[in-house]
Design a protein around this ligand. Structure first.
Ligand code: JD8
Length: 255
């Protein structure tokens, strides 16, 4: 999969892309990510990318021509179909379903705005607008990195263990169970649950399912409507809903 990112802060994006699972996928060539400095697509001596808004008002607007030139250059260089995404508070919310759909496109272009946003005429080359949530950020760079991370994990070969990708929280519609590592006890009081050190793998699997279902019921009951539960999980859910209502705290008090 190929991803092109257009930004006025290439260093900010490149730094983040070099780390972790995504960085390794880029190094190995499983993922081809290129970051483009919007200023390279200006034609004036001062490489100006912004201008005052028509109609007046505060702030600056990203000029359309550099953005359109960048998209044209990327299209020309890469050839084939592009899917152009503008990171924008006006976009539809990024979700696991959107990540899955975008991961099936061969070539993504992510446009990062700044200031008050981009000149609306850029929309002539945009296929969709995506937001990462209802809070105010200063630009599209962090949202683009979120999209790259979420999408890249779904590209075959990026995450070593395909099984773990399928099992991931939002793929199944359940929250994760609690994790512990050594030591089994800290300061004589903070203990790992006995079941996890018991070595009884059937018990451990059941305990994890119960924890995942009870946490989801307590914290994100909205997820249960679309969750892909197996028979055992469904039974656990019935049990938990039976005695106590979710809003009274169905689990062990931690949730
Ligand atoms: C792109 C400029 C800042 C937006 C004035 C503050 C996404 N979930 C999200 N929150 N914020 C953004 C986002 C913010 C952006 C730009 C994305 C370009 N800004 C502007 C309009 C109001 N400021 C986002 N995806």
């Amino acid at each position: 999969m190929t991803i092109d990112i257009v930004t006025i802060f290439p260093a900010m994006v490149e730094g983040a892309l070099a780390a972790g699972i995504v960085g390794r996928a880029i190094d190995r060539g499983t993922l081809d990510v290129a970051v483009h400095d919007l200023r390279d697509y200006t034609t004036d001596r001062h490489r100006v990318v912004d201008d005052v808004p028509y109609g007046g008002g505060p702030g600056m607007v990203l000029k359309p021509e550099p953005v359109l030139r960048a998209v044209d250059a990327i299209a020309g260089r890469r050839g084939g179909a592009l899917h152009v995404v503008l990171m924008s508070p006006q976009g539809r919310s990024f979700s696991q379903a959107v990540a899955e759909r975008l991961s099936r496109t061969a070539h993504l272009v992510l446009l990062c705005g700044r200031y008050e946003g981009v000149d609306e005429r850029v929309m002539s080359r945009v296929d969709e607008e995506v937001s990462i949530g209802d809070y105010v950020l200063s630009g599209g760079e962090l949202p683009a990195l979120v999209v790259v991370d979420g999408v890249a994990r779904l590209v075959p070969g990026v995450v070593g263990d395909e099984e773990s990708v399928r099992a991931d929280s939002f793929s199944r519609g359940l929250l994760d169970f609690p994790h512990y590592t050594r030591p089994a006890e800290i300061a004589g009081s903070l203990k790992v649950p006995d079941v996890l050190v018991s070595g009884n793998h059937a018990e451990i699997r059941r305990w994890r399912k119960r924890e995942a279902v009870s946490r989801t019921l307590a914290r994100r009951p909205d997820l249960l409507a679309h969750a892909a539960l197996d028979d055992e999980e469904r039974e656990i859910l019935r049990e938990l809903q039976g005695g106590t209502r979710a809003d009274e705290g169905a689990s062990d008090g931690r949730d």
